[in-house]
Structure formats: structure tokens, C-alpha cells
Design a protein around this ligand. Structure first.
Ligand code: FES
Length: 132
């Protein structure tokens, strides 16, 4: 009782496991990283999470769907702290290694329409200002 027999199998897990091993995914054209790090209430250091990063993540995903960007062509990932917390929310667009600071939901449209669609970092958002 309570001991799993060596002869016992879990066939329902075999197919998904094989899928992850054998399947590949297309290399995305862009990868958008959105820092969604949060800190406990009262923490002295600001965080992107407390500055609305979750809404940005949703706005990027909704914006891609609304523009009918094919699945996998642009990936959006939530990340932990990327470093420049005082200038968050922080968004980084690869492969260009372009860093956007203090990103708002309105900026998401600009990033999608100028950077992702046209291939040029959105100058009006002062990209890479975190490095200057
Ligand atoms: S919490 Fe987002 S950059 Fe540090």
C-alpha cells in the first residue's frame, strides 16, 4: 500500500513527454522580455511589477493577436528583475538588445508598430537610455 509497482506505467504521460523531446519550434523574429518582478509591500526598491508590468505583458500579447502576428514569430516572456528597477517597467527586445524604460501601455503599441513591424527601435521612446 502506498508503493508504486515497477510494472505500473503511466501511458498518458508518454505522448506529451515525447512531444517535448522531438518537436522543435521556429526561431522567433523577435523576443520581447517584460520584467514583471515584484517586491513585498514596503520594500524600499521599486519594481516593475508594482509599476504595471503585468498589464504590459497582456498588452503585448493582445497586440500581437490583434495584428495577426503568426504564433511563434514574436515571443513575449515575463522575466525576473533585469536590473534598472528605478526606471521600470523595463522591456527588452531581442535580437536587437534594445532596452526600453518606464514603458506604458501606450508605449506597447509604439514598440509593436515601430520596432517589431518596421524593424527599427522606437526612437521616440528613447531606447537604451538606461545605458547612457
Ligand atoms: S524590477 Fe524590473 S528591472 Fe528590476
Amino acid at each position: 500500500m502506498g508503493v508504486v509497482s515497477a510494472a505500473m506505467s503511466v501511458p498518458s504521460l508518454e505522448i506529451p513527454y515525447r512531444f517535448f523531446i522531438e518537436e522543435t519550434m521556429p526561431k522567433p523574429k523577435y523576443h520581447i522580455l517584460v520584467c514583471t518582478n515584484s517586491r513585498p509591500p514596503g520594500h524600499p526598491k521599486p519594481s516593475c511589477g508594482s509599476a504595471g508590468a503585468a498589464q504590459l505583458l497582456m498588452a503585448f500579447n493582445m497586440g500581437l493577436m490583434q495584428r495577426a502576428v503568426p504564433p511563434g514569430e514574436v515571443l513575449v516572456s515575463a522575466t525576473g528583475c533585469l536590473g534598472p528597477c528605478e526606471q521600470g517597467p523595463t522591456v527588452v527586445v531581442y535580437p536587437d538588445n534594445t532596452w526600453y524604460s518606464k514603458v506604458t501601455e501606450a508605449d506597447v503599441v509604439t514598440i509593436l508598430e515601430e520596432h517589431v513591424a518596421k524593424g527599427t527601435p522606437a526612437a521616440k521612446l528613447n531606447p537604451d537610455s538606461v545605458w547612457k
